[in-house]
Design a protein around this ligand. Structure first.
Ligand code: SUG
Length: 444
């Protein structure tokens, strides 16, 4: 057995809803106040994960966080019984209740940045939870994310966990959504590509004009230091600020990489040609640059279809497949491009489509739903086995979702203490299924 790359998908939580919380994320804004279906959302995500497991990939699941987050509501002054806290928040600060009820931790691409052991000086897998400071509803995630990751990647001989970066826009960090590890084989020294939206320390440097740049260069540099990466194998590229202003709020909305392939849009990066030439040098000339032109796919089509929020995975025969949202089939320009992709001479030989519409309507495609962790066989053996998606776990989780999840949720339901109690009951049972110990104790 050799090293591989596992995907850890976020199980969608019982409060999945559309609250329009993410300024700069077009889908989130467009679907504000739509009625959601948490049961369908959780099943869609789980089925996508199971399909990847069935393709022979190692697939893990990360449990959701408890929402509404009463601990956060109490922290900002709402007091009394659970029902009273929810009622008061709904009456006096509905925006806060919405923020602290979001199931946004489902997008585990934003949970953390992960560096494999072969890239790090101390030979361990490094995890740094993202601080997600740009959005209030996401800024409450990192503490619990750390507990979850530590429960699943427990063994200090293999795994090293860092605290999230200081909670300030200077260190705005959105995790793996802006980080791509390129390599020849998963177990060999790779090149870690960090894509940032702005430089916090240089006020006059290029930056978007309308929408926020969530990731700073300074955050990416801090992660590279923490993870003990070798400068010769790290590259930083700035995202094109103009595309951020068109709704590309993370780099994974405009580019995806796997092993020695980078699939990206012509307009994704600032100084694209020169930066990619440097990246190519670091990859010793063996990087397949699969560039999609504006003529073939406009930025608008890419943002609507999430063509680049696809997962690029290596199959058993060494070829690669693109795991795309079914929305890509519905956009004629994008679908036409994807039909031609396997013939374009890159290692990408097939495209598979999945319906993850419940997540897509909040701006989260297949790639947002997963955190990649490259692991050696010994490291894989040290992962909490109950987090790995087997047929048995899939059956248990499917039944669990049917038992605990609602099929309809809107903003006014968030104040209902019954929803909170249902969520607690669901997570109590999940703790047993996935043997998670006491990770929810801090949230109660
Ligand atoms: O942070 N949407 C998420 C989507 C995250 C997608 N992740 C990646 N691209 N890796 C976000 O903007 C919307 C929640 C709401 O509006 O209810 C939200 O948080």
């Amino acid at each position: 057995m050799t090293a591989l790359e596992a995907n850890f998908d976020g199980l969608v939580g019982p409060t999945h809803n559309y609250a329009g919380l993410s300024f700069g994320n077009v889908a989130s804004q467009n679907n504000a106040a739509a009625v959601s279906n948490p049961k369908a959302a959780a099943l869609q995500g789980l089925q996508k994960a199971k399909a990847l497991a069935d393709l022979g990939l190692v697939q893990g699941m990360l449990p959701p966080q408890l929402r509404p987050d009463l601990a956060s509501l109490r922290r900002v002054g709402f007091a009394g019984t659970d029902a009273k806290v929810l009622h008061e928040a709904a009456s006096h600060a509905p925006q806060l209740l919405n923020s602290f009820s979001s199931a946004s931790c489902m997008w585990t691409a934003n949970a953390a940045t992960v560096s494999p052991s072969s890239d790090s000086a101390n030979g361990k897998v490094h995890f740094t939870p993202a601080n997600l400071v740009d959005k209030l509803h996401r800024s409450i995630e990192p503490g619990q994310t750390a507990r979850i990751l530590q429960a699943i990647f427990k063994d200090p001989a293999h795994f090293q966990h860092h605290m999230h970066l200081p909670e300030h826009p200077y260190f705005g960090d959105e995790g793996a959504a802006n980080h791509t590890r390129l390599c020849h084989q998963y177990g060999q020294q790779g090149v870690e590509l960090f894509v940032y939206g702005r430089k916090a320390s240089q006020a006059n440097s290029p930056a978007p004009k309308h929408f926020p740049a969530r990731q700073t260069l300074e955050a990416s540099e801090a992660i590279a230091r923490l993870h003990q990466l070798d400068d010769r194998y790290v590259h930083y590229i700035q995202q094109n600020p103009d595309v951020i202003d068109q709704g590309v709020f993370h780099n994974d909305v405009i580019a995806v990489g796997n092993q020695n392939v980078l699939f990206y849009h012509q307009q994704a990066f600032l100084n694209s040609a020169s930066e990619l030439a440097l990246l190519q040098q670091k990859m010793q000339g063996d990087l397949h640059l699969v560039e999609v032109s504006t003529e073939d796919v406009s930025i608008d089509a890419a943002v609507r279809s999430y063509l680049f929020n696809t997962q690029l995975v290596t199959l058993g025969d060494g070829s690669m497949a693109l795991i795309a949202p079914s929305d890509c089939q519905e956009n004629p320009q994008v679908y036409q491009y994807l039909q031609s992709l396997p013939e374009r001479g890159s290692p990408i030989k097939q495209v598979k489509y999945f319906d993850v519409k419940q997540s897509m309507q909040n701006g989260g495609g297949p790639a947002c739903l997963r955190l990649r962790v490259a692991l050696t066989p010994a490291e894989l053996a040290a992962v909490n086995p109950q987090a790995l998606l087997t047929d048995d776990l899939y059956q248990q989780l499917t039944q669990w979702i049917h038992k605990h999840y609602r099929d309809r949720l809107c903003a006014t339901d968030l104040a209902d203490v019954t929803l909170y109690q249902e969520s607690c009951a669901a997570l109590d049972e999940l703790t047993q299924i996935m043997r998670l110990g006491s990770i929810y104790a801090f949230q109660r």
